[in-house]
Write a protein that binds this ligand. Sequence first.
Ligand code: PRP
Length: 193
Amino acid sequence: MSSLPVTRPAADELKEVLLSEEQVRARVAELAADISRDYTGRDLVLVTVLRGGIFFLADLSRALTIPAALDFMAITSYTADSPSGVARLLKDLDEEITGRHVLLVEDIIDTGLTAAYLLRVLHTRNPASVAICTLLDKTARRIVPTLPIRYRGFEIPDAFVVGYGLDFRQQYRHLPYIAVLKEEPETSLSLPG
Ligand code: PRP
């Protein structure tokens, strides 16, 4: 494990770097190459759910060699009252996606409930195709068994990770690497991490 560079705030809350900035950058470039190859000649829309996915989307989209539209959705996070997959759309797409190829870009898939909800919403608009690109895949906590994950950056262990878009109480999103928190916060289905 590499040492912990930077950081505001409280670097002493971080235990170790799980994926270095170099590892993340290299994998993002590989994923972008795969996506560029697979979607050549197709009308591609990259969709991310706010807020954590924006860092990955920004880097991934800039590494593509093909054109792609970007769009954003926002949903209510799952709460203790609704861990069973009931979510609400707070911000819808601006793009019309009917007949277009949609790639849902996520920083992490944990239980899979968020992605499953978003896929349901996206499919109602009759896109030409929908697939998922996730940087991190925490399969140990998966509840939704089948998700169309076409591109996966890294499978990671069941640890609370922050950085590169992932937060703990809205902090650490800015870190260019993925780190493990020292103290595991209370986690449940309501707090995907
Ligand atoms: C994170 C992440 C995914 C979701 C994955 O978002 O960006 O959207 O959790 O968890 P799941 O597979 O268990 O549904 P979060 O709800 O933490 O919101 P954020 O993007 O604003 O950090």
